[in-house]
Each structure stands twice: as structure tokens, then as C-alpha cells.
Design a protein around this ligand. Sequence first.
Ligand code: NAD
Ligand code: IPM
Ligand code: MG
Length: 407
Amino acid sequence: MAAVRANVRPFKTLDLYPTRSAPPRTCTRFRCSVAAPPRPRSYSVTLLPGDGIGPEVVSVAKDVLSVAGSHEGIEFRFRVMPIGGVAIDSVGVPLPEETLAAAKESDAVLLGAIGGYKWDGNEKHLKPETGLLQLRAGLGVFANLRPAAVLPQLVDSSTLKKEVAEGVDIMVVRELTGGIYFGKPRGFGTNDKGEDTGFNTEVYSASEIDRLARVAFEVARKRRGKLCSVDKANVLEASMLWRKRVTMLASEFSDVQLSHMYVDNAAMQLIRDPKQFDTIVTNNIFGDILSDEASMLTGSIGMLPSASVGESGPGLFEPIHGSAPDIAGQDKANPLATVLSAAMLLRYGLGEEKAAKRIEAAVMETLNRGFRTGDIISTGMTLVGCKRMGEEVLSSIDSQKALTASL
Ligand SMILES: NC(=O)c1ccc[n+]([C@@H]2O[C@H](COP(=O)([O-])OP(=O)(O)OC[C@H]3O[C@@H](n4cnc5c(N)ncnc54)[C@H](O)[C@@H]3O)[C@@H](O)[C@H]2O)c1
Ligand SMILES: CC(C)[C@H](C(=O)O)[C@@H](O)C(=O)O
Ligand SMILES: [Mg+2]
């Protein structure tokens, strides 16, 4: 494994849709041409179920990974580690050293969700969310890809009119390890009137913007060639630099059509006419908010996967939703965001395109067969829980296999 880690991994081409071209065996994303090392067929995956619905959805995704992998001759070595609230309760910190070490040593990391009411009042360093931010920073996964595509089967689950929602296919490229989430100074203080204050700092360096923008241009190039950079450059200095750097980089990507939009307008345009967007690139906090908004175009936040990647090392794959404490432990969670994150893990984390496609096709087939969790239910469909949805995806994988065998 050490030899693999010393090289750029073969994984991360940025074609996020299964119907498009297969990934090359060299890394194009960062303009390097290092030959891909021989591809192992046995992978270590660190599972971080976390809190709330996290364990429920990760359990389904683990089974789906195992079965899809077995059909493609892939074996997984899973290691389950604590993060978030469960880690605080068991070892006193939201990201135990052992968890970060295991994640770094593995080939890919799959996370469920963290957080819950129980820990909401904790000090910052003892919040589950702090553990997640430490994990992202520790893995150096600065580029967070959040695809929001309206599947034909779920057009009626969108809260928007059919003609507005149909055909939406957006990729949000969110900066993940900088900006106001990590900027200093931050903290609590007192102003000159003796009032309590709380403060954070939105700060970006040119190199942080450049590396993320390059990923976004490459994503856009492989999609429909349109990149919209979302900022607040009419007010914020960090956004002014953001816009300047993104504009400068555009000359390296003359085949990509770059536009800029203020974030308040972008929030409105996403609802007014979402089909105008192809790829969106934005900072950490705007990306957090806009991707939740974009998820609702597709019917439910329970459908949206994500992949977070850095320049080297394992990627982090997680649904964009949280721990959903309101439905945790009730077998009501939609596991498909995590199942689709597992597909992204195979494609972008491990370069296992066929297995990724197998999972995505099984999800489509399961929806075609009418199975829906409560968040995406519509008239005439069959309401199922989290576990049953997982079983139906597994059965769809097996029926694909049977079909292939009979051809
Ligand atoms: N990456 C993460 O781990 C992550 C992301 C967001 C929020 N959180 C944490 O999760 C906790 C709850 O946050 P929140 O309520 O603002 O957001 P949330 O995403 O957990 O839930 C928002 C709403 O969406 C629903 N929902 C979310 N995922 C679903 C799924 N898979 N299937 C069906 N319905 C689903 C929930 O039931 C809830 O009504 C907080 O502690 C927050 O910090 C964690
Ligand atoms: C839980 C929180 C730290 C996290 C974020 O803000 O990045 C979440 O909202 C997400 O979208 O993954
Ligand atoms: Mg979020």
C-alpha cells in the first residue's frame, strides 16, 4: 500500500455521471501524468457511521458495496470507527486519533452523519460537527462534489413544477477545508459596550481558491462546459479575491464558459430556473447552503451523495444530509444518498467504474419498481423503510447479475 500512497491515485476523474466516458487510468484532474499503479482488487474502507440515522444508512451502503463488489471480483476490508457524538460519549473527543489514523490508512472513507440534540450545547471542541471538520481537514479533502440531478422517476417528488424540475442536472463544487469554517480569529468576546460578541473570519488564500477552481473547471469541462462561480464580491473582500482568481484561471480553460453570480441571486435563480446551471463553484459556507437548496429540486435531501477529494490520499464519501434526529432509530431514513455515495466511492475513490455503475443502475431499477421511502413517496408508489429499501437495491443488483448471466 505504501507504494500506492506515494503516487497519485488512479481514481479521481471528474465525470460524475455514469453514462459518460470511463475514467482514464491516470490522474487528469491535477494535470499530472503519473502512470497509475496496478489496481488492487481488495480495498480497505473505513466506515464512520456516526450518529442519528448515520448507522442505519451506512449499514445499507456497506451491504450494497459488498454485493456490488462481489459481482465485480472486488473484496472489501471494512473497519468501523467512531466519530461525532458516539465518539464523544465513548472516548471523550469527536474525532479520536485512532479514527483519523484509520481513515488515512484506508483506500476510502464512507461516513454516515454526525450530530444530535444531545451534544448541541457542548463547547465547540466537544461538538460532533467539530469532529467532521477535523476529519475533512485531516484528510485534506478540499474539493467537495455534490451532484444534484432530478431523476425521471422522482420528478413528482420535487416541490417545483414538473417543467421547472425536469432535467435539472447540477454539480456543486464546494470548497471544503477553508473559509469561515476554519478562518481565524474566531471566538467569543466583549465589545466596547460590554456586550457579548461572537465572531468568525472568512479568509481564503489565492492558492486555496486556485486549486478548487481548477477542479471546478475540469468538472465543468467534462459536463456541459458551463461554470458559474458564486460569491458575494459586492461586499466581502474574500469574495473579491475569489472572483479575481477564478477569472484569471479561466484563460487556462478556454473551452469552459465562465459566469459569476452573487450568492443571494444564485439562491433565487436555483428555484426560478435551475436548468440554467451546469457546474457551480463556491466557497465552503455558500456551498453548504446552496447544496441543501439544490437537493430539494431533486425531491429530497435523502437522495444527494457527495465525494470529497484532495490531491492525494483517500477520499471521503458521505450523503449531504445530517443525522436527522427527528427520524433516527425509526427505520424511516432514505439510504439512497449514502448508497449513491458508495457508488461515488467506487468511481472516484477506487477507480472501479463498473461496480459504481452497477450500484447506480440498481438504484434506478429499485425506483422503477416503485419503492420509495417516506421523503420521496408519491401516489401509487410502495412505501418502504430504510432496511427494505436496502434489500430492494440488493435484489436489483442480483437481478442485473441474473440478466447478464442469461444473455
Ligand atoms: N455531514 C453531516 O454529518 C451533517 C450534515 C448536516 C447536518 N448535520 C447535523 O445533523 C443534525 C441535524 O441537522 P438538521 O436537522 O439541520 O439536518 P438533517 O439533514 O439532519 O435533517 C433535515 C431534514 O431532512 C430530513 N432528512 C435528512 N436526511 C434524510 C434521509 N436520509 N431520509 C429522509 N429524511 C432525511 C430530516 O428528517 C429532517 O427533517 C445536526 O446536529 C447537524 O449539525 C450533520
Ligand atoms: C455538520 C456540518 C459541519 C456540515 C457542514 O456544514 O459542512 C454539514 O452541514 C454538511 O453539509 O456536511
Ligand atoms: Mg450541510
